[in-house]
Design a protein. Structure first.
Length: 244
């Protein structure tokens, strides 16, 4: 697999995620400016997506828009993983109720990945991008997901992380101390762990089909989360209970 192939695959996902955020037709210039693509390669990629049936092009406005083929591709995933619960509207309801950014995370090998994000509408809010990854043992969502695993599996993962990373080694005893606290309280709450001034409170969701584990959380300014921590924990637990 060539580097150009990997770059093209990444750009396809970035384009689709950009459409998901703005939810309107976009011109070539808007896409290339926002994603910092060369116009020539951006035009080639968009033309390819049109030919494959994933984008439609309007000549009058010179804009692109995803086709229904995109919606159909992943339409089976939420129902398969979460049953009759429509996860995306539920996350929007959590955002509206709490005022904070709502994050759905899962484990992706040695990382925790934010698979979907519903951003807060507050002027000051946490703005992670969907698809972003965090260190599995050094992030709140990551440690929460680890807390659901047997201790032996955690040990093996920490060994793999220490082999893969060139930086400071992770001490298993320190990680287990954090995980023990998470297991006792039934949620994770971190302050200033990854980003200064930002906190995150999250709970585990019931085990999904195929053994997949997800966590759902709220991210926002530490002061706001501190003021409503107990309320947020109960709100998240109630949301998780609907999936049980």
């Amino acid at each position: 697999m060539t580097a150009s192939t990997v770059k093209s695959a990444r750009r396809v996902i970035e384009i689709m995620e950009y459409f998901d955020r703005v939810r309107r037709p976009l011109s070539l210039k808007e896409i290339c400016d926002h994603l910092s693509y060369p116009v020539s390669s951006g035009a080639t990629l968009l033309k390819s997506l049109v030919l494959l049936g994933y984008l439609e092009y309007d000549r009058r406005s010179r804009t692109y828009l995803p086709t229904m083929r995109i919606a159909v591709l992943g339409s089976w995933v939420p129902a398969t993983l979460f049953g009759e619960i429509d996860m995306l509207p539920m996350m929007e309801e959590l955002r509206n109720r709490t005022g904070e950014t709502v994050i759905l995370g899962t484990q992706s090998d040695l990382f925790a990945q934010y698979v979907h994000v519903v951003h807060s509408t507050e002027p000051l809010h946490y703005t992670p991008s969907p698809g972003i990854v965090r260190p599995l043992a050094r992030s709140g969502v990551g440690q929460l997901l680890l807390s659901a695993l047997p201790d032996g599996d955690i040990d093996l993962l920490i060994r793999r992380i220490n082999i893969a990373e060139d930086g400071d080694r992770i001490a298993l005893a320190e990680v287990m101390k954090d995980i023990s606290a998470i297991r006792r309280q039934g949620y994770v709450y971190t302050r200033n762990l990854v980003t200064d001034g930002v906190g995150l409170v999250a709970v585990l969701l019931p085990v999904a089909p195929f053994g997949r584990r997800f966590a759902i959380g709220l991210g926002g300014p530490v002061a706001r989360l501190d003021a409503r921590l107990d309320e947020h924990v109960e709100t998240l637990r109630a949301a998780a209970q609907t999936l049980a």
